[in-house]
Ligand binder design. Structure first.
Ligand SMILES: Nc1ncnc2c1ncn2[C@@H]1O[C@H](COP(=O)(O)OP(=O)(O)OP(=O)(O)O)[C@@H](O)[C@H]1O
Ligand SMILES: [Mg+2]
Length: 375
């Protein structure tokens, strides 16, 4: 086995010595050590390594800031924290800072070494597998982002439209259960909704299909509940029943997920073949995306996850920065095109229909072609 190269960050020389002494397994090799401060950041940003191990015998504070800074600049390393038992707030903060695992500093040497090796190997495998995702087949495609307004509905509606114009049989499900807008984007003023369907307590394919509204493009739409208070009628078991029935009947089931990460969203993402995580080039969106990726990893859904950058060109953050930060090359980059997007929403017509030649439309169409070629 190749040795695991460790950068060690701890505030005092004593701590650095103590922690080095705990790394007794010969697979672990400390390649540099420094304080978690500005000088340390400089050293850590260019040192070839597999793991950044940040150690402290007190409650971490400066250490977490250090981790956070490293996390945004180095996507190629695993960040671990060796510390006394943390309270739940500090633990949550540690995870948000990109720390992959917190290891109890009072554990045995053997346990500490095992934790480091397991976390480093797991991260390495994950990095390798995200590079292989490109050939994953799609059938149920969930458009998700924990951040509002990034373009989930725009993507879901236009991807559905693109596939429908390529003679595919498409169902578009609005699972943005409280404030779904698929109806607005497609100028469907009213009709039966998912809440109406659930109230009927029948999940036969024929019943489910009778609640789909046909758009002139051929897309069959299931609208979200007409009012937020009906959203809670919908349970994960309903989501599972709807998706598993429709997948037998349609070439693609596209889901507009909304921002909620509740049980229904998890059920949808677990059933989906592909999760398109929509991000914008802004720090808040990327921060939220990073956190979602961690949760999806914890749910073992990482292999179906793909990144879509929408509104590209709105900031100095580049697609390359996004790829580095999220450790995956985006499968689709949609340029910022306010004119086309506004025209589409205001008219209730998909952007691909009212502005077919806009670069944004072309990119979505190309991605739809790519999806079809893979199936
Ligand atoms: N590529 C783009 N260029 C310019 N504007 C865009 C683009 N994509 C989407 N928009 C606009 O951004 C706004 C938000 O888009 P959209 O409703 O699709 O986001 P969302 O993630 O579904 O939001 P919510 O979280 O509220 O459901 C809309 O006004 C839409 O027209
Ligand atoms: Mg939306």
């Amino acid at each position: 086995m190749n040795s695991i190269r460790i950068m060690l960050a701890a505030n005092s020389a004593d701590d650095r010595k103590l922690i080095s002494g705990l790394l007794t397994d010969e697979a672990l090799r400390v390649v540099s050590s420094f304080r978690p401060d500005a000088d340390g950041l400089k050293k850590a940003s260019s040192q070839p390594a597999d793991v950044l191990l940040i150690g402290t015998r007190a409650m971490p504070s400066q250490e977490l800031d250090f981790a956070e800074r490293m996390f945004t600049t180095r996507s190629d390393i695993t960040i671990l924290l060796l510390a006394p038992t943390l309270d739940s707030r500090t633990l949550t903060r540690a995870m948000e800072c990109g720390i992959a695992r917190v290891i109890d500093i009072d554990s045995s040497e053997h346990d500490i070494c095992t934790h480091i090796m397991t976390a480093a190997n797991r991260d390495q495998n994950r990095r390798n597998s995200t590079q292989k995702i490109a050939s994953y087949d799609s059938k149920i495609v969930a458009c998700y982002s924990p951040k509002g307004g990034v373009g989930k509905t725009t993507l879901a509606v236009n991807l559905a439209y693109a596939l429908a114009t390529m003679n595919k049989k498409i169902a578009l499900i609005d699972l943005s259960l409280q404030f779904g807008e698929v109806g607005v984007f497609l100028d469907i003023a009213k009709g039966d909704t998912i809440a109406d369907m659930v109230e009927e307590h029948s999940f036969e394919l024929s019943t489910i299909k009778s609640y789909l509204i046909r758009h002139q493009s051929g897309i069959q739409v299931m609208l979200s509940s007409s009012s937020p208070e009906y959203a809670e009628l919908i349970q994960p078991v309903h989501v599972n029943a709807i998706l598993s029935s429709l997948r037998t009947e349609f070439d693609y089931v596209i889901i507009d997920m909304g921002v909620a990460f509740g049980d229904c969203a998890i059920a949808a993402m677990e059933t989906a073949d592909t999760i398109l995580l929509v991000v914008n080039e802004d720090i808040a969106s990327l921060h939220d995306a990073k956190r979602s990726i961690k949760v999806l990893e914890a749910l073992n859904q990482q292999d179906k996850l793909k990144i879509v950058v929408n509104k590209e060109g709105i900031s100095t953050i580049t697609v390359k920065n996004v790829a580095n930060l999220l450790e995956a090359t985006p499968v689709l980059v949609i340029p910022y095109d306010l004119k086309a997007a506004m025209l589409a929403v205001n008219r209730g017509i998909p952007m691909l229909s009212c502005a077919p030649n806009s670069k944004a439309s072309k990119e979505i169409r190309n991605y739809a072609h790519a999806l079809i070629r893979r199936v």
